[in-house]
Structure formats: structure tokens, C-alpha cells
Design a protein around this ligand. Structure first.
Ligand SMILES: [Ca+2]
Ligand SMILES: [Ca+2]
Ligand SMILES: [Ca+2]
Length: 485
């Protein structure tokens, strides 16, 4: 009976969660800093908010960086108290970031308000601020009380119940720690998985969308020159002042596979470079059709770790990928993140309003429509329309967009560990990366990142239960990033 109830509930939620006119439009505007009161105020808003309950809603992960006029580096903002008009926040933050939530009466649609950040520590000298808003989904998997299944019974390398390879491993309240073994109720897998794994290790927040090109530009523009050189493919080391491969993520002279992140052809020979998006390749940066809301491809796994460290997030684990995809839904053998095996290869020429925040495809509304991973990088959440269902919009059970399709997801795979420890789920990024541009979280190097969630244009894809073994260490045109915390 319980299962019927949860499935029914998910169906009812479809119209609330999975429809949206635009997929990605958190905005920050009218920022003001008052030197006397040391307070930073600004408007914040987003269009596709939803709040199902206190256990399940979307929110804004707000990251604040500061640079004093006598410094060359952008650093996490010092400790502050946060208040908001028409929204909710935690009262205090140790610095760097805070969450912004809907008010309790909110259900869905556009939301926003004015934020007041009151700094309580640190010293400022003519400070500059960068404020970044990242849309996240919060789900308290334990309190929601669903039964979570791992493995779909048919996909190769899947997880399964210890007693039977054809049976999903079922994790039900009170969610005992997962133990690997060959008995019923234990987690069975062909591979040596370093578990037990506790519910407390599953993160409760995940980015609703993949990292966009606009976000990656913001990141690059806050780095020092050596860090910028590390996090791009083109040689931008100190001493370089003439650049031919201006599209810096692919080291090309043109926006390869729609990655429009570039610099000018003449840059300072030392010091910080200012990057911009020029997806339409006309030499003018950050126009409305320059692709700032497109998923950021050409991210290698070290780029992913670095930006997620800097954003106070971390990469997800394999089990989190499957859990956030299927959620409390029934197991569908061979399913993708939208809960079915529906698969639709779109016409590459069917895009409209290309590069804009309204980039949309003629096949919008077709079940299983998606951006094939080997095509290019398009707007995140591009298949969520005003009336689309979960299956049409490419949303996961919890409303995470493009977990299948668009760019591949970088995850900590269980396969590669072979007994090595997984990263510590509490070892979240602290907003600071190393002087050479690499992440510096102590537990993150134990295992490498792998790509999952691929959907190929020739009609095959990675079901969510596939334990992938595709290691991508180089920057690849199909690889993107998404964080959890
Ligand atoms: Ca342009
Ligand atoms: Ca994806
Ligand atoms: Ca760090």
C-alpha cells in the first residue's frame, strides 16, 4: 500500500515540479554596499521555484566573494548575518555562502525578495563583492520516508540485492547502513565497494541544473592568472599576451560545440584576464544570445572539483546519482532520469532563439527528448516547458534537470575505488582553492571522477543504474559538472 501511495504522490507533483517556462534564471540586481553599517543589500529572484513541504523544495545557494582594493585575490566573504524581505534565510553564516528559501506559504512559480547581508567580522578596505546565485533542490530523503531502490534488474554492472542479481537493492525506513554481501538485504555488486554506507552520507541538496558557461566565466574571472591558466585549455601562462586559441576551454579559434567562453586576442602579459561568453562569435561579449545559460562543456574532472570546491559544494557519489534520479519512484528496467525508457533524438537544426535564456527546441514536449551528450552544449533545462511532464522535460523524481542527457555528469564511481575510501561526504568545498588552481579538499583525491548520464545521438544512452566505467581525465566536449552539499 505504501508504494502505491508514494507513486501516486509523485504523479500529482508532476505539474508542480517539472514545468517551467525558463529553466535557469536566478537573478541578482540592485546591489548596494553601505560602508558605515557594513551591510550588503540586493534583490534576488527566481522564476521556477517550488515548495512541496518542509522536506522538499528548491532554493538559492548564495555564494559571496569579496576583494579589498589593496588585494589581488577574491576570497569567501567573512561571517555575516543574513535576513531577507519576503524570503527566508538562516540567521547567520560563518562566511562565504548562505541559503535563501521560500516563505512557508509558497507553493510554486516566481519568488524573490531583498537580501540584507550584515557582516560581523573581517576588515574591509574599499571592498568589491561578487554574488552568485545557484538554484538547488533540497530533499530530506530520510524524513520523506520513501523506499529507495538501487539497480534496475537488467542494466549491466548494476547494483542489486545480495541474493539475486535480478532484484533491485531496496532501502526502506529506518534505512539501516548499507552493507555489501551476498545475502538478502545486503547490497550485491560485481565490484568491491567500500561500504557500509549510511543515510547520513547522502547529501540533501543538489544543483537543479548543470554548471553553466556564465557560472564558469564568473569563476574564472575571480581567479589569479596562474589559477586561470590551470582551469583553461589554452596556454594563458604568465608572459603570454597574444592569444590565437581565444575559445579557451577547447583551445580553438571558434566556439567548438557551443562552448563560447573566451578571452580577447590581446591580454595582459601578467595579471588577471577577463573572460566572457561569445557564443555567437561576433567579438562582442556577454550579449543576450552569447550562451551564458548553456551548460558548460569541456570541463575536465579537475575543473569540476575546483569550481565545486570554490562554490562550497562537492561532486556527487554514484549512489546519490541514482537516488536523486529515481527518488521514491518505482523501478523501471532500463530507465533514464525522467523515469522511463522513452528516448527521442532531436533534429539538430530544430533550435530557436539560440544562445538566449529562452533557447528552445521544436521537439519540446516529446517524451524522452534531450540534448544528446555528443551533440553540443545547449541551455540547461531546455526541455522544460510551460506544460511539460517529468518525462517530457527531462526532470528527475526530485526535479533535478538533465541528470540524463545534456552533458555527462561527473561522479565518484564505486567501480574505481577497489577498497579505497570514498571522499568524506562532510568534506564540502570551503570556497578556497590552491594557488595553482586545483581543489585542496583532503578527501577528494581518493577516487577519480567518472562520467555518467550520457545520451547519444545514435539512439543509446546510459540508464541511471549503469555503474559506468568511463574515466574522463582530459577535458571533453561532452563533460559537465554539478555539485551537491
Ligand atoms: Ca557575442
Ligand atoms: Ca547531464
Ligand atoms: Ca578548498
Amino acid at each position: 500500500m505504501k508504494k502505491r501511495y508514494t507513486t501516486c504522490m509523485a504523479t500529482i507533483l508532476c505539474c508542480i515540479l517539472y514545468s517551467s517556462l525558463l529553466g535557469n534564471n536566478a537573478t541578482i540586481s540592485n546591489p548596494q554596499y553601505n560602508k558605515q553599517t557594513r551591510s550588503l543589500t540586493f534583490d534576488i529572484g527566481w522564476n521556477n521555484g517550488f515548495r512541496v513541504s518542509t522536506e522538499w523544495f528548491d532554493y538559492i545557494h548564495l555564494v559571496i566573494k569579496v576583494k579589498n582594493s589593496n588585494e589581488n585575490t577574491w576570497n569567501p566573504a567573512p561571517a555575516f548575518t543574513a535576513t531577507a524581505i519576503s524570503l527566508q534565510t538562516p540567521n547567520s553564516s560563518n562566511g562565504g555562502f548562505t541559503g535563501v528559501w521560500h516563505s512557508p506559504g509558497f507553493t510554486s512559480g516566481t519568488d524573490g525578495g531583498r537580501m540584507i547581508i550584515q557582516f560581523t567580522s573581517g576588515t574591509f578596505i574599499n571592498p568589491s563583492f561578487k554574488i552568485m546565485a545557484i538554484e538547488m533542490v533540497y530533499a530530506d530523503h530520510e524524513d520523506l520516508g520513501y523506499t529507495y531502490n538501487f539497480g534496475d534488474g537488467i542494466t549491466r554492472n548494476r547494483l542489486h540485492d545480495g541474493s539475486d542479481e535480478g532484484l533491485p537493492f531496496s532501502w526502506a525506513p529506518p534505512y539501516p547502513d548499507i552493507v555489501v554481501g551476498d545475502q538478502s538485504g545486503e547490497l550485491g555488486s560485481t565490484f568491491n565497494i567500500p561500504l557500509p554506507f549510511a543515510m547520513s552520507n547522502i547529501h540533501k541538496s543538489m544543483m537543479k541544473y548543470e554548471i553553466t558557461q556564465g557560472m564558469y566565466v564568473d569563476f574564472l574571472n575571480c581567479l589569479t592568472r596562474p589559477q586561470q591558466d590551470t582551469r583553461t585549455e589554452t596556454d594563458l601562462s604568465i608572459g603570454v599576451s597574444e592569444v590565437t586559441e581565444i575559445y579557451v576551454m577547447s583551445a580553438r579559434t571558434f566556439p567548438s560545440l557551443d562552448n563560447g567562453i573566451r578571452c580577447a586576442s590581446t591580454i595582459p602579459s601578467s595579471g588577471r584576464i577577463t573572460f566572457f561568453c561569445d557564443g555567437n562569435n561576433n567579438g562582442i561579449g556577454n550579449e543576450t544570445d552569447d550562451g551564458l545559460d548553456r551548460a558548460c562543456n569541456y570541463l575536465g574532472s579537475e575543473d569540476t572539483k575546483a569550481i565545486l570546491d570554490w562554490l562550497h559544494l562537492m561532486p556527487m557519489l554514484q549512489v546519490e546519482y541514482e537516488l536523486w534520479s529515481r527518488g521514491g519512484g518505482q523501478v523501471v528496467p532500463g530507465e533514464y532520469a525522467w523515469g522511463s525508457t522513452a528516448y527521442h533524438v532531436i533534429d539538430v537544426n530544430g533550435w530557436n532563439q539560440e544562445g538566449t535564456s529562452s533557447e528552445v527546441h521544436n521537439d519540446l514536449g516529446t517524451p524522452g527528448a534531450h540534448v544528446s551528450t555528443n551533440f553540443s552544449a545547449k541551455r540547461v533545462g531546455a526541455f522544460a516547458g510551460a506544460t511539460t511532464t517529468r518525462e517530457q522535460s527531462g526532470a528527475s523524481f526530485y526535479g533535478i534537470m538533465d541528470l540524463s542527457g545534456s552533458l555527462s555528469e561527473s561522479i565518484y564511481s564505486l567501480l574505481t575505488t577497489n577498497g579505497a575510501s570514498l571522499p568524506n561526504p562532510q568534506d564540502l568545498g570551503d570556497g578556497i582553492i590552491g594557488i595553482h588552481g586545483n581543489h585542496n579538499q583532503s578527501s577528494w583525491n581518493n577516487t577519480i571522477l567518472m562520467a555518467t548520464g550520457k545520451m547519444l545521438s545514435y539512439g543509446s544512452g546510459n540508464p541511471i543504474s549503469l555503474l559506468n566505467n568511463v574515466i574522463e581525465t582530459e577535458r571533453s566536449s561532452s563533460q559537465g559538472a554539478r555539485g551537491v552539499r
